[in-house]
Design a protein around this ligand. Sequence first.
Ligand code: XUL
Length: 541
Amino acid sequence: MSDLFLGIDCSTQSMTGLVIDFDNKTIVYNNSINYEHDLPHYKTKNGVYISEDGKVVHSNPLMWVDALEMLLKKLIVSGLPTHMIKTISGSGQQHGTVYLNKFFENVLDSLDHHKTLTTQLKNVFTRLTSPIWMDSSTSKQCEEIREVLGGKEALIKITGSNTFERFSGPQIRKFYQEDPKNYAKTSIIHLVSSFLSSLLLGKNSPIDHGDGAGMNLMNIKTKQWDNKALEATAPDLLNKLPRLSPSYKVIGTISDYFINKYGFSPNTLLIPWSGDNPNSLIGLGATQKGNIAISLGTSDTYFSYMKELSFDLKGEGHIFGAPTGDYMSLICYKNGSLAREKVKDQFQLSWAEFSEILRKTPPGNYGKIMLPYFFPEIVPLVLDPQVFRYGFEEDDLNGNIRAIIEAQFLSMKLHSEWIKEKPIQIYSTGGASENIEILQVAADIFNIDIIKYSITNSAALGAAIRSIKSYFESNGEPIKWEKILKDFLPLQRNELIRARPEFKELYMDMLELYRKYENFKINQEENPEKYRIEFINKYFS
Ligand code: XUL
């Protein structure tokens, strides 16, 4: 076996470890811990704690620590020679924050490998649970920060995004306002990514520019903490944040705890972890103009590489740093897999039955339209969840299945219109991308072919690929992204889902209909029922 590279992904519902064998260009390890099933004593549902009104969504940072240790134990049991791992990087669900006291670094520095990480880290948190990206409870703080920074457009030009309920800045402000004592006791605030990176490093790890951009705190042009944004958020915040770093820069070597306990070499290099979406950009090889990625996981995201910085002044999308040092655009939906599952479970279907219904129902769904806000939605902003159905009822099995999938991709197409670089090719990842019928709907709606990957965790794959790039760079043997991606990605591309041109016009019409329904519900515009009847007459009579 040759040089190995490890990527770890801490996502909403699970933690995955993936190892690449560089010379043989293969993935030699790919395994996950599911929080709800493998760590039931944390009592999460799908990895999270949700308040009754659905607005407050937290997870447990100690559970992530436990999952990391469980993952590494599994790695050892698999017989993988951990001492051959040259570099490690990782990926975290974006925006989530971890609040730590002044003992955190000392504890990391003096970890005893005979004890577990959780026993040693249980007293370092000033907030026992971490707000995560699904939280939508900070509208007040979003407004306050936006106002101080000069309104939506000014804010977008500073941080790359409007304030969003799930973003770290508004979440930090809420903690400061609601629990000032524990805010004062907080020495350092990490993202999920930099928190886990700190464990491996044995001291505070920097936040990378990819994930840092999801906080409403980093200046998107200078890639430094923005003083005005920090001041608008909470007092003394600069002293409570780690430094920022490019995603590709080596930050040190692995700490003694992991060397002694899991057999890693003391020379194992570490580079910063990044967000799951920036990692997926690499894991899907979407580093060229016109390459679009859709990730169908707990969140559904639509993102693309961006060479030149440009903004969505309407404020629905975001600009993050890309791990290449450039930029990426992103739109995020909360009604992703959990919403699909709700519909599937309502009718007690298996995924195979769900797919069968998609296969046998016609594009356009006889004019049945759903606005699928099962949970509070990010795009468009819907804080009080409600599902709207036009032309059908809640008990219409076929109607509901097709309607939710069409709604998800019509919404994606609609809300990505601001991205200047038009899609030429779409890459898909995430659990639901295993489902060809779902991807067929997406291909038809976008009228673009979709490349499906066999590895559905492109975030872990992206993290492993990033670590290859940085390893060789730090050894003075730089390899171009194109070369690494060419070597490692074609093997993963296992299916092409072709857009069917015969449905192009139908979906263009349906997109306009969907736009009207959104405007009707969200902006109180005219009821578009007569257009829906026209649509039915044109395609289904
Ligand atoms: C992106 C976002 C989610 C999380 C969880 O802005 O909120 O995609 O990263 O996957």
